[in-house]
Write a protein that binds this ligand. Structure first.
Ligand code: GUN
Length: 296
């Protein structure tokens, strides 16, 4: 069994981006600029945004965190989105999800200028992804593709089972893995909560991408010898033995599944850092796209 090391792989990507930023600055340009909107006080979201901002600093991007109270109105947030759409000093921005229940997430995502949608959540970007046109691929699926590519994992002709059909991970993941690309060219099954005979299906998988949001859902009896297992899940489980009071648990029963795999990711240091690296790649792309259409 070999661990697919998202920390090492993302460090490589950050170094590449840092070099590109240094070249931009050396030729008189300004650094790319990412803004992150954080609504409310959800602990996990605060952490994710803090990491994203720290990554920006590391590669030399400018960054802005916009904190908004959990009680803001939908209109307040829509106004903020318009402001960020118009602000030519900001190349791309994200609205950290989930949002408080009284705000319609779709309405907010639909208001984002697709050119600045570095999460790749807008209909235009999702549509482009479906058609194989240039787009911002949402960060987690893009990070998983990079992890497979940089570790030279063969996917062509393999059976890839994606567990979970979310708009952010499962659905785009299935599209990317079935495309005529490398990695890609896999035969993909998108499985979900209503899939019948899930265990038997998983046992036919050469590659399992697990984004189902249930802790330790994928157990060893569901995994074929030699399979590649990618764990997207990350749930905080209370744990009084930890300083933080919780530990992160993935969607894969790592300790038992790892003995059957050729390659596997761990809940920390796997998909998470790759997701963050993808956001940096998308922000650099946004910088280039927006520079072509503005004189800032
Ligand atoms: N919440 C969980 N993952 C993500 C992500 O990739 N982007 C945003 N904006 N919110 C998230």
């Amino acid at each position: 069994m070999q661990l697919l090391d998202g920390n090492a792989c993302s460090e490589e990507i950050r170094k590449e981006i840092k070099n590109e930023v240094e070249n931009i600055i050396a030729t008189g340009g300004r650094p790319p600029h990412l803004a992150a909107v954080l609504v409310g006080n959800d602990g996990a979201s605060q952490n994710y945004v803090a990491f994203k901002i720290r990554d920006c600093e590391e590669v030399g991007f400018d960054s802005t965190t916009i904190r908004m109270d959990a009680s803001i109105t939908e209109q307040d947030l829509l106004n903020k989105v318009s402001e960020l759409n118009e602000n030519t000093a900001i190349d791309g921005f994200i609205i950290q999800l989930p949002l408080p229940a009284h705000i319609n997430e779709s309405k907010i995502v639909l208001a984002i200028d697709p050119k600045k949608d570095v999460d790749g959540f807008c209909p235009e970007n999702v549509g482009n992804l479906n058609l194989g046109l240039p787009t911002y691929v949402s960060a987690t699926p893009n990070g998983i593709m990079e992890l497979l590519r940089r570790n030279k994992i063969t996917t062509e002709g393999k059976h890839c089972v994606v567990l979970g059909r979310s708009n952010i991970v499962g659905t785009p993941m299935a599209i990317l893995m079935s495309r005529n690309t490398d990695p890609g060219n896999a035969t993909v099954t998108l499985a979900h909560s209503r899939t019948k005979n899930l265990k038997e299906l998983c046992l036919t998988a050469d590659i399992l991408i697990v984004a189902i949001g249930k802790t330790e859902f994928l157990t060893a009896d569901m995994v074929k010898e030699g399979a590649v297992v990618i764990d997207v899940g990350q749930t905080r489980v209370p744990d009084s033995t930890k300083k933080a009071g919780f530990r992160n648990v993935g969607d894969v029963d790592f300790e038992n599944v790892k003995t059957k795999c050729s390659y596997i990711t761990y809940v920390t240091g796997g998909v998470g850092p790759m997701t963050r690296a993808s956001l940096l790649q998308n922000t650099l792309k946004a910088y280039r796209i927006n520079r072509e259409t503005s004189d800032v």
